[in-house]
Design a protein. Structure first.
Length: 152
């Protein structure tokens, strides 16, 4: 049975996609979400079958677009680094030149929790944007197989 490891279970849940749960990183300095494939005992992408790897990439693309379209940024960062947390998870966050950690990494550096109302608003904004974006046909791959029989 799939379970989040304790470090990820502490994060606020935003929404479930076909493969991943989308979690919220409570750091007001950076709009930041985390995708976690809901597959038991997965430490890295090589543990996933090819269709799940492709689905993970679709969901990463969807979420990176959502973050890019909804938060000011100069650069998006997408990373799957599992040295401390032994469960496959992908970070997607927006960075701005001059942020407290620019241009270096945000891991184990500056952090500032959201005020409760701001946190709820950010989660609602991300959830709504994901719900709209996931209706885009380019993200429906894997939901059904296209009919190639009509192609010459």
């Amino acid at each position: 049975m799939f379970q989040l490891v304790p470090a990820l279970a502490q994060k606020a849940h935003i929404i479930d996609l076909k493969l991943c749960s989308v979690l919220f990183e409570d750091n007001a300095l950076y709009p930041w979400i985390i995708l976690v494939p809901r597959v038991e005992n997965v430490k890295n992408m090589t543990y996933l079958c090819m269709e799940d790897r492709l689905q993970l990439m679709r969901e990463m693309d969807l979420c990176e677009e959502v973050m890019s379209e909804n938060f000011p940024h100069d650069q998006t960062n997408v990373a799957a680094i599992g040295n401390i947390c032994p469960q496959l998870h992908v970070h997607i966050l927006c960075r701005r030149q001059g942020d407290p950690d620019w241009p270096t990494t945000v891991w184990n550096n500056h952090s500032e929790p959201y005020a409760p109302e701001a946190k709820e608003a950010a989660i609602a904004k991300i959830k709504k944007a994901i719900m709209i974006k996931k209706t885009d046909p380019k993200y429906m791959q894997g939901m059904h197989k296209p009919d190639y029989s009509t192609l010459d």
